[in-house]
Design a protein around this ligand. Structure first.
Ligand SMILES: *[C@@H]1O[C@H](CO)[C@@H](O)[C@H](O)[C@H]1NC(C)=O
Ligand SMILES: *[C@@H]1O[C@H](CO)[C@@H](O)[C@H](O)[C@H]1NC(C)=O
Ligand SMILES: *[C@@H]1O[C@H](CO)[C@@H](O)[C@H](O)[C@H]1NC(C)=O
Ligand SMILES: *[C@@H]1O[C@H](CO)[C@@H](O)[C@H](O)[C@H]1NC(C)=O
Ligand SMILES: *[C@@H]1O[C@H](CO)[C@@H](O)[C@H](O)[C@H]1NC(C)=O
Length: 478
C-alpha cells in the first residue's frame, strides 16, 4: 500500500534517474565486454602452452591389437572378429602360423577383418610342459611381434584370442582411466578358483583379452625372447607374458569388464549380473550356449551389439527396483534381459550370479568354486523370475533411449492376478550413459521406477541416477 503512492510521487525525478541508470549501466556493460574480451584473449594466449601438454582423450586410434589364431581355427573364428573389428579405425594383426589355403569361403582379401600377419619361427625356443602345446610360445610372441609392427601414436597394446569378442567403446573408456605413460598390465583372471590357484591369481588370462601400456610393452618386447628362455616349463602363452611382466616389477590391474569365461552352457546368470563396470570382452563362446534363445551364437552376439551401439556404457548394467503392490522384484540387465521375480528379493541377493552355467572341467575337486558370489537356480520353474530378453531399442531426443524386452521362452505355469507372468513386454527408458573418469573410479548403480502397468500387459521402467534420500528410505523399508 505504501509503495504505489511513493513511486507516483517520484515520477518526475525517476525518469531522468532511469536515463542515468541506463547510461551508467550500458557503459559498464561495454567496459565489462571489452575487459572480458581482452581477458579471454590473453587467457587463451596464456593457456596455449599448457593445453599443448594435455593430451587428447584416449580413443580407438591409440590402440593396436594383437589377435592370436592359427590356420585351422581362423576360417571359423574370424566370424567373431567380424562382429567387433572396425577395419578403417582399428590397427593391428591377427597372427597365424601359416596362411590358410585359399577357398571361396576363406577369402583373405576380406576387408572387414583384421590383416593377417604370419608369426615368426619359434622352433629355437624350448617347450617342456608335458602334454602342453608348444604353440604357446608363438602365441606369447604375439606381444613382441605386435610391438614390432612399429605403429605410431600408440598408447595401448591389446591382446586377445580369435574367440575373444571386444566391446571397443568400453575397452577404450576403461583404458582412458589409466595414465598410458606409466607401466600398466590390465586384464582379469579366471572365474574358476582352481584355475587361478593353478596358474596365478595375478595373471591376465589371455582369452579374456588384456592391455599393456606402450612404455611397458616396449620394454617387455626388448627382454621378451631372453625371458622366454627362462620359462620353457610353463604351460600357456599368458603365463609366459605374466612371468616376464612380473620380472619387470609389474602386477596385474584387475578390470572385471574383461571375461575369460571358463564356464560352459547357459551363461545367462553371468551376463544378467555384470559388475558395475563397462563390459569389455566375452570369450569361449564356442563352449557356451547362444546368449539369446532361438538364435545362433553369432546372431545372438550381433543382437547384443545392436544394443551396445545405442548405449555402450550401459550394456549389461544391472538396476533393481521393487513393485510394492505385488511384491515383485525387477532386475534390468540393460540391453540383455529383464527379470521379474514374483517375490521380494533383497538387493544383495539379486545381484549374486545365478548358477545357470557349468564349470570348465567337471568332476575336479572345487571345480564349481567360482571367484564371485553365486546363488542357485530356483528348482521350481514356476517360482523362477520371468525373463524378458532384449528385443530392440531406439533413441530419441536428448540422449533418451527406449529399449524393449519380450519373453522368448514359455513355461507351463498357472497365472493369477498377482503373477508377473501376465506381463508380455517390458519397456525401459534411460538416458545414454556417458561415463566420465570420476564415475569410472567410483561407479554407482542406478535406480529405477516402475510405472503403473498399462492394460496389465506392458511393464514400463525408467532408469535414472539414484537420489540419496530414496536410498535411505529403501533401507528403512527393507
Ligand atoms: C574375395 O572377396 C572379395 C571382396 O569381398 C571379392 O571381390 C572376391 O571375388 C572374393 N574372392 C573369392 C575367391 O571369393
Ligand atoms: C624354423 O627354423 C628351423 C631352424 O631353426 C628350421 O629347421 C625350420 O625349417 C624353420 N621353419 C620354418 C617354417 O621356416
Ligand atoms: C620396426 O623397427 C625396428 C627398429 O627400428 C626394425 O628393426 C623393424 O624392422 C621395424 N619393423 C617394421 C615392421 O617396420
Ligand atoms: C524363433 O525363431 C523363428 C525364426 O526366426 C521364429 O519364427 C519364432 O517365432 C521364434 N520363436 C520365438 C519363441 O521367438
Ligand atoms: C502344460 O500343462 C498341462 C496340464 O498339466 C498339460 O496338459 C500340457 O501338456 C502342458 N504343456 C506343456 C507344453 O508342457
Amino acid at each position: 500500500m505504501q509503495l504505489l503512492p511513493k513511486l507516483s510521487h517520484k515520477t518526475p525525478n525517476s525518469s531522468s534517474g532511469l536515463i542515468n541508470f541506463i547510461l551508467i549501466s550500458s557503459s559498464l556493460c561495454i567496459i565489462y565486454l571489452f575487459l572480458s574480451l581482452v581477458f579471454l584473449q590473453s587467457s587463451n594466449i596464456v593457456d596455449l602452452p599448457s593445453s599443448r601438454d594435455v593430451s587428447p582423450p584416449t580413443s580407438i586410434d591409440h590402440v593396436v591389437f594383437g589377435i592370436a589364431s592359427n590356420q585351422n581355427s581362423w576360417p571359423k573364428r574370424k566370424e567373431y572378429a567380424r562382429l567387433w573389428w572396425r577395419p578403417n579405425q582399428m590397427r593391428g594383426c591377427v597372427f597365424l602360423d601359416t596362411m590358410p589355403p585359399k577357398t571361396a569361403a576363406n577369402n583373405e582379401s576380406d576387408n572387414a577383418l583384421p590383416p593377417i600377419c604370419i608369426s615368426e619361427n619359434t622352433t629355437r625356443f624350448r617347450y617342456t610342459y608335458r602334454g602342453g602345446l608348444r604353440s604357446a610360445i608363438r602365441v606369447a610372441r604375439v606381444v613382441s611381434e605386435t610391438v614390432a609392427l612399429n605403429h605410431s601414436n600408440v598408447r595401448w597394446f591389446v591382446f586377445g584370442d580369435d574367440d575373444t569378442v571386444f566391446f571397443a567403446e568400453n575397452l577404450v573408456k576403461t583404458l582412458s582411466k589409466y595414465d598410458h605413460e606409466l607401466w600398466h598390465y590390465i586384464g582379469t583372471n579366471s572365474e574358476i578358483v582352481v584355475q587361478n590357484m593353478f596358474f596365478s591369481f595375478d595373471m591376465a588370462f589371455g582369452g579374456a583379452g588384456f592391455a599393456i601400456s606402450y612404455p611397458l610393452a616396449k620394454v617387455l618386447a626388448r627382454v621378451f625372447d631372453s625371458c622366454l628362455e627362462r620359462y620353457p616349463h610353463l604351460y600357456g602363452s599368458d603365463g609366459r607374458v605374466h612371468a616376464c611382466i612380473a620380472e619387470l616389477g609389474i602386477g596385474l590391474t584387475h578390470e572385471p569388464g574383461f571375461h575369460q569365461m571358463d564356464i560352459r552352457g547357459n551363461i545367462f546368470g553371468l551376463l544378467a549380473s555384470h559388475p558395475n563396470t563397462p563390459l569389455i570382452s566375452l570369450h569361449h563362446l564356442d563352449h557356451t550356449d547362444p546368449i539369446f534363445p532361438n538364435m545362433t551364437a553369432i546372431t545372438a552376439l550381433h543382437h547384443l551389439l545392436q544394443a551396445s551401439k545405442l548405449d555402450p556404457h550401459r550394456l549389461l548394467q544391472q538396476t533393481i527396483c521393487y513393485d510394492r503392490w505385488f511384491s515383485w522384484t525387477v532386475s534390468v540387465s540393460w540391453g540383455y534381459a529383464v527379470q521379474v521375480f514374483p517375490t521380494h528379493v533383497f538387493l544383495p541377493d539379486v545381484i549374486k550370479t545365478e548358477r545357470t552355467f557349468g564349470p570348465w572341467k567337471r568332476g575336479q575337486l572345487l571345480a564349481e568354486s567360482f571367484a564371485f558370489d553365486t546363488r542357485r537356480t530356483e528348482p521350481d520353474p514356476c517360482r523362477r523370475p520371468v525373463v524378458f530378453y532384449f528385443d530392440g531399442a531406439g533413441s530419441g531426443r536428448d540422449g533418451v533411449v527406449e529399449s524393449r524386452y519380450r519373453r522368448m521362452t514359455a513355461e507351463n505355469c498357472s497365472v493369477d492376478a498377482s503373477s508377473p507372468r501376465r506381463v508380455e513386454e517390458v519397456r525401459v527408458v534411460s538416458r545414454k550413459l556417458e561415463l566420465g573418469v570420476k564415475q569410472l573410479q567410483a561407479p554407482r548403480r542406478h535406480c529405477c521406477d516402475l510405472l503403473p502397468l498399462t492394460a496389465g500387459k506392458v511393464m514400463e521402467i525408467a532408469i535414472r541416477e539414484c537420489k540419496e534420500e530414496e536410498l535411505i528410505h529403501m533401507h528403512q523399508w527393507n
